[in-house]
Design a protein. Structure first.
Length: 424
């Protein structure tokens, strides 16, 4: 039996030296916050937990005190003796300001506040600027990024009042993650589950990253294209769009003004970017060629079809018809159709191959006049279409070639953006 050495994943986030205030509210998912706190600490963060009174009915503060090594904040006005948690922990002689106004001390020392899970009640209080407990007062006093991770019953998440509150928070640049879809505590199946832990950490990492793309206009393509055979059938590929989505989120988090041109996928649109859905390679070509002159960085992560049916049928082709040959014609190469570049424009391409990876990537880098190409071998475990991870090799116009280990697509997205900034 052939065996292969498993390559460990590169870290999904880098939080060393960061202080995260983790707010826990009265949701049945409160117990999941304990695992999130441990994960944040594993990534190098210092975690300070603040719990609402309702949250303490689901999980005891002592749990978080034991995990983080810090007392848990539970009251807006703790006793002068230093009590801060219902678990009986006392702080080791905090300054008077901490005893009298703990929300100011916590806000001043936080790099990010993540409320996870956030109940519908908490979302409403945040949207309306209420501050009747330690957590909501902390949010109003904070100048750092705030992230809300909702978890509630599906009927609550879709209620018009909750949706309006979420819109209000997002308009104030508060990051509100989308809850997951699946079985809920009520027995229903719907949207309201505590999001995947990896997704939360990726969002936190993005919120804390440097805004080194601020002022840049980034155009990204993603997903597959669909080339019609007839009105109901088409040729396509296995691209899920996940790499393009990760690049879009990373560029947005780093301050870029992002336009995402995407073929058909099952992924939800990325918040706070311009989303342009397309279907065929020709539709994608027109959008890219039209938008390119106003773009600073173009990243072609889409798996654009190389061929399409030469004569699509106007009506559905009956099953019984004797069809033995399908005439195909090449699609236009979008990168070769781009208008003349202005000085400073950067173009990044992708090469998904099944052999001779570096040689083929170098050929595409040269033939398409790219500044950077991201090459990955589709036969590698954990790489390629449909996965949440990828293993890539970066090659640039200066001749540099860097092989990267297996890592999450979110981490790879940031490595690609780093490479764009380091181009000579």
């Amino acid at each position: 039996m052939k065996t292969t050495n498993r390559v460990p994943l590169a870290p999904a986030v880098r939080l060393t030296g960061k202080t995260i205030v983790l707010g826990v509210t009265g949701s049945i998912a409160a117990y999941k916050a304990a695992s999130l706190a441990r994960r944040l600490m594993t990534e190098g963060a210092t975690v300070r937990v603040v719990m609402t009174h309702t949250a303490q009915r689901f999980v005891a503060p002592l749990t978080f005190e034991a995990l983080t090594g810090h007392p848990v904040g539970t009251d807006l006005f703790p006793s002068s003796s230093g009590e801060v948690g219902a678990g009986g922990a006392r702080s080791a002689g905090p300054p008077p300001a901490m005893n009298v106004m703990p929300h100011l001390a916590l806000a001043g020392g936080a790099d990010l506040i993540a409320i996870a899970p956030a109940s519908a009640h908490c979302v409403a209080k945040l949207a309306h600027g209420l501050a009747d407990d330690l957590l909501t007062a902390l949010v109003l006093a904070a100048e750092c990024p705030v992230m809300v991770v909702p978890a509630m019953d599906g009927g609550m998440w879709t209620h018009p009042a909750v949706r309006a509150n979420v819109r209000t928070l997002r308009q104030r640049r508060v990051a509100v993650l989308e809850p997951g879809v699946g079985p809920l505590a009520s027995g229903r199946v719907g949207q309201g589950r505590f999001p995947d832990e990896d997704a939360i950490l990726a969002a936190i990492s993005g919120a804390l990253c440097a805004k080194d793309f601020r002022g840049r206009r980034v155009l990204i393509t993603a997903g597959p294209t669909q080339e019609p055979l007839d009105p109901v059938r088409f040729l396509s590929n296995r691209s899920s769009g996940k790499m393009g989505w990760a690049l879009t989120e990373a560029a947005r988090d780093r301050g870029a003004d992002v336009v995402l041109v995407a073929g058909p996928t099952s992924l939800a649109p990325v918040p706070n970017v311009t989303y342009v859905p397309v279907v065929t390679s020709e539709e994608m070509r027109k959008e890219v060629v039209t938008r390119f002159p106003g773009t600073d960085v173009l990243i072609m992560a889409a798996a654009v079809a190389d061929f399409r049916p030469a004569r699509p049928a106007r009506g559905k082709v009956p099953k019984g018809r004797d069809v033995r040959m399908l005439a195909l014609e090449p699609t236009k190469d979008i990168l070769k159709e781009l208008p003349l570049r202005r000085a400073g424009q950067v173009v990044v391409g992708f090469a998904a191959e099944t052999g001779d990876l570096v040689a083929r990537a170098r050929g595409k880098l040269r033939d398409k006049a790219l500044d950077l190409i991201v090459a990955n071998d589709l036969t590698e475990p954990g790489a390629g279409f449909g996965t949440d991870t990828n293993r890539a090799t970066l090659l640039d116009r200066a001749g540099r070639c860097e092989g990267l280990p297996l890592m999450s697509k979110h981490e790879l997205a940031h490595r690609i953006l780093d490479a764009v900034l380091s181009l000579p």
